[in-house]
Design a binder for this molecule. Structure first.
Ligand SMILES: [Zn+2]
Length: 392
C-alpha cells in the first residue's frame, strides 16, 4: 500500500502531494521539476493527520517510486531512521532559538543518499518569535535539495513572513465512517467498537485507535465523562478538578518514565559511569553533572507539555459532551460524539437550558485558555468545575 494510505478522507491533499512528489522526482532526475516547493505548511484540526501527511510526503520524496510504501526508503522514513530526514519536536513548551539554529545548520548540508534533505517540524506553531526569525532565513534561501515540512493547526498560527513562503496543504477532519473503516480493516477492530471509537475521538484517527485498542484509555475517558453528573456540591467540584489533574499526570508519567530512564542511563554511559558500580559523581568527567542537569530540566519540561496536552484532551472530551447536550436541546438531528451516553446527554438536556449549556462550554474554553497561559492547573480546572456546576 502507498505511503498515502494512512491519510483517511484527504483525497484533495493527497492529490496535491502526489503531484508534488512527481515534480520532485523530475527535479532529482535533472528535469525542471516545475511545481517543487522547498517549504510546506501542513494545516488542519487536531487529529486530521498533519504529521502523518508530512511524513508520507517525506517518504514520497525519498522513495525512488514516489512513496511505494514497501521499499527501504519508505520504511526508514516510517520508523524515523532515514539519515536524510530530521524529525523535530519542541524540547519543551516551545522551540528555542538554539534548537532552531542547530537545525538550520543541519538542514544546510547535502542529502547523504542523494535525493532530498528533509526537516519535519511537528507543532511548528510552537516556534518562539526569535526562533521563527532563524527559521525564516533558512526558508528564504533554501539550499537546492533541502525541503522544510512544517505542521500547525492553521496558517494563522505561523507568522506571516514564514507562512507566505510556504505552500499550504489543508487537511480536514475525516468522517466517522472513514475512520471506523480504517480501524476495522487495518487493526481488526470489530465494526461496532470501531464506530464507537471513531465517534468518541471525533475524527482523530490516532486517538480513535487508542480508544479502540487500549482499555486504559477507555477507562480514563469514562472517568472524564463521569464528571458532569458528579458535580452537585462545591466539594465535588474540588474533587473532580483534582481527579482531572491527576489523570493528566498519570498520562504524562506513563509516557515519560521509561523514556527518561533510558536517556539518563545513556547519558551516564557517555560520561563514563561504567559497570564498575562506582557512583556517578566520582566517575564523571567534568561537565557530566551539568549535562545531566540539562537533561533533567529537558525531561521536566517535556513532562509538563505532555501533561498539558493530556489535560487539554480531557477538556475537549468535555466540550464534546456539552456540545451533544446542546444539539439535543436544540433538536438538531446529528450524530452525537457520545452516542454511547445518549441517555445521560438527554437527561442533562432536559434538566438545563441551552443558555446554561453554552455558558458551561465557555467555562471549559476559558479553562483551556488559562492553561495555555500557564495558570496553575488545579486552580484553572477548579474554577471550571465550579462553573460547570452552578445552577441555571
Ligand atoms: Zn518506497
Amino acid at each position: 500500500m502507498s505511503v498515502f494510505g494512512d491519510l483517511v478522507g484527504q483525497d484533495k491533499a493527497v492529490a496535491l502531494l502526489r503531484q508534488a512528489a512527481g515534480a520532485a522526482a523530475e527535479a532529482v532526475a535533472g528535469g525542471r521539476g516545475a511545481g517543487m516547493t522547498h517549504a510546506w505548511l501542513f494545516t488542519g484540526p487536531p487529529g486530521s493527520g498533519r504529521s502523518t501527511a508530512a511524513r508520507a510526503f517525506a517518504a514520497a520524496l525519498l522513495c525512488p517510486d514516489q512513496g511505494c510504501g514497501h521499499c527501504e526508503a519508505c520504511h526508514q522514513v516510517d520508523v524515523g531512521s532515514h539519515p536524510d530526514v530530521t524529525f523535530v519536536r519542541p524540547e519543551g513548551l516551545s522551540y528555542s532559538v538554539r534548537q532552531t539554529r542547530e537545525l538550520v545548520l543541519k538542514a544546510a548540508g547535502a542529502p547523504t543518499l542523494g535525493r532530498w534533505r528533509i526537516v519535519l517540524f511537528e507543532d511548528a506553531d510552537r516556534v518562539t518569535e526569535a526562533a521563527a526569525n532563524a527559521l525564516l532565513k533558512a526558508i528564504e534561501e533554501p539550499p537546492p535539495r533541502t525541503v522544510w515540512l512544517l505542521c500547525a493547526p492553521s496558517p494563522d498560527d505561523m507568522i506571516i513572513t514564514i507562512r507566505s513562503r510556504c505552500r499550504v496543504v489543508t487537511l480536514r477532519t475525516p468522517p466517522t465512517e472513514a475512520v471506523a473503516n480504517v480501524l476495522a480493516t487495518r487493526d481488526g477492530v470489530p465494526h461496532e467498537t470501531a464506530l464507537f471509537a471513531a465517534r468518541a475521538a471525533q475524527g482523530h484517527i490516532g486517538r480513535a485507535r487508542r480508544i479502540a485498542l487500549d482499555e486504559q484509555v477507555r477507562r480514563r475517558r469514562d472517568e472524564v465523562l463521569s464528571i458532569p453528573r458528579s458535580l452537585t456540591g462545591v466539594g465535588d467540584c474540588v474533587a473532580a478538578a483534582e481527579r482531572l489533574v491527576k489523570i493528566s499526570t498519570e498520562d504524562s508519567d506513563a509516557a515519560t518514565t521509561a523514556l527518561n530512564e533510558v536517556e539518563t542511563s545513556e547519558l551516564r554511559k557517555v560520561y563514563g559511569e561504567g559497570s564498575s558500580g562506582k557512583g556517578l559523581n566520582r566517575g564523571l568527567v567534568r561537565g557530566g553533572a551539568g549535562a545531566l542537569k540539562d537533561l533533567e530540566s529537558l525531561q521536566k519540561s517535556r513532562a509538563t507539555r505532555i501533561k498539558r496536552d493530556s489535560l487539554d484532551l480531557a477538556l475537549l472530551d468535555l466540550v464534546a459532551f456539552y456540545r451533544d447536550v446542546l444539539a439535543v436541546q436544540l433538536g438538531a438531528v446529528v450524530e452525537l460524539a457520545n452516542e454511547d451516553r445518549r441517555h445521560e446527554v438527554e437527561a442533562l438536556a432536559r434538566a438545563s437550558s441551552p443558555e446554561s449549556t453554552l455558558r458551561r462550554t465557555d467555562a471549559i474554553m476559558k479553562c483551556r485558555e488559562r492553561l495555555a497561559a500557564n495558570v496553575n492547573p488545579q486552580i484553572a480546572v477548579e474554577a471550571m468545575t465550579l462553573a460547570l456546576r452552578s445552577p441555571v
